[in-house]
Design a protein around this ligand. Sequence first.
Ligand code: HEM
Length: 529
Amino acid sequence: MTSLQIDSVAVRGHETFVLDITALNRCLVTLFILVAVSYPIYFLYLHPLRAYPGPKLSAITRMPYWIACLKGDQVRWLTKLHSQYGPVVRFGPVDLSYTDARAWRDICLVPKGKKENAKEVGFHAPSANGVPNIVCQNDVAHHARIRRALLPAFSQKALKAQEPLLQKYVDLVIARARQATELDMSELMNFAMFDIMADFAFGEPLHMLENGEYSDWVAKVFNAIRILPLVQMIEFYPLLKKTFALIEPKAVTKMRHDHFNHTVMRVNRRLNHGSEKQDLWDFILESETLTLKEMHVNAELFMAAGTETTASLLTGVTHYLMANQEKMKILTDEVRTRFKCRKEITLDNVAPLRYLNACIREGMRVYPPVPSGLPRIVAEGGNSILGKWVPAGTRVSVHQFSTYHSPENFRQVTCHLLRPHIFVYIATIVRTNTTCLLRDPDKFVPERWLGDPAYKDDIRDAHQPFSAGTRNCLGINLAWHEMRLMLAKLVYEFDIESDAGPDWLDQNVYVIWDRKPLICRFEDAAPRE
Ligand code: HEM
């Protein structure tokens, strides 16, 4: 025998054992090969999700997904997979992504007698004080308690009292736009939405619109967005998380804590000193059900959830309106005909403007502020999604961008009219050299929300930009007020133009859009009689 033999002798009774290293090595190698071969075989051919379509590599490992996320490519990658594999895609060993409207109900609503599909907490950045914010609170009773405490602050009545605050910041935007020949709409909307939320949540403005620059605190948020997928990846693998905790540079830990402490300081200041005007905290304190730590983490959440989302939508919808001047004209006419002077532009008066509402809705379809899917983990016992049983522990989500750009939901062709005459239809397109009969889901068409019969086949329920069920967006009312007021006032005051072409839309997503600058010119609107 050529191998090394160690005569490590153990005496047990009278027996002697000789440890053969070669044999041990062989065992380990065989075990490794067995695991390496059986792992993919199991996930490809035996796993309960084996019948779901998707790339073979993704059925074995989440790596392709992480690579797409780290490159900012997640939305492009999943949209491509959906167009290749259809309305359900297995994009990780235990990950399913949906674009079918019914999936909203099956994933986000709790079927009678069933458990709620829990939030995938690792998808969201962990809180600095270890207490979950409302988004990450997976205990149903605690989530309901927090939601009950926060809801009154976002009721229509409470928000009406915030109208002066909203008007003040929208007017500051108008003033800034009037001063400059050119401005980056993306930045302008960030300034406005962070200023509003800081004033609403802390009673302390950030003065970004006045100063024309990011405050340190907000700059840090935007500087950090590209590392969000990395944070998610670290959270996902417990071993990686432990290792990272050991090697995380002290400066990064400090930065995270400084950022959170900034929120803590502001909340404490508001709680200690009170506020002259009614704000969020009057309602929260009245409920007497939130702990101080919960107040801190949820205040931090408001600054993230209630700012970048509305700023994205307003930037995106402005881009689409500028690129579709005929739609911009309809909107401008609606606003300028309805209002004789700027004082008339109030929350109540903008709410019924049909075309304005349709533009915002369509903006949230073509450029959804939350573009990716928000994963839930299928509850114990499994659940049925689209009529198929999905085992417990599977991560499931509706991928917003793919859903809203799917021709299955937002139809490409009005087939019901044209199918019998398909040749006439093709001939018409060829003869007139036009694609006017095509319904392109990527096109910006506010009319689809206004009962235009050409879009009667749209599956409108597929569009849930604020999510669905008991955990949908708490700030819907506030978001709609902000978006309507800002857009109405901007188009009332200015003719807005930009040289940005369609490639402005080619943006990366790191959980949120990594928006490119959108340089706009704001020309004073012609005086009206
Ligand atoms: C266009 C703007 C907005 C969009 C598209 C949007 C979208 C969403 C979505 C999709 C969720 C579900 C998150 C999940 O399932 O993990 C959510 C939750 C939430 N949003 Fe918004 N949001 C917007 C504006 C706002 C605003 C202005 C606020 C105000 C602070 C806000 C506060 C919240 C809160 C507190 C939750 C958590 C609700 C819960 O878990 O019960 N959002 N939002």
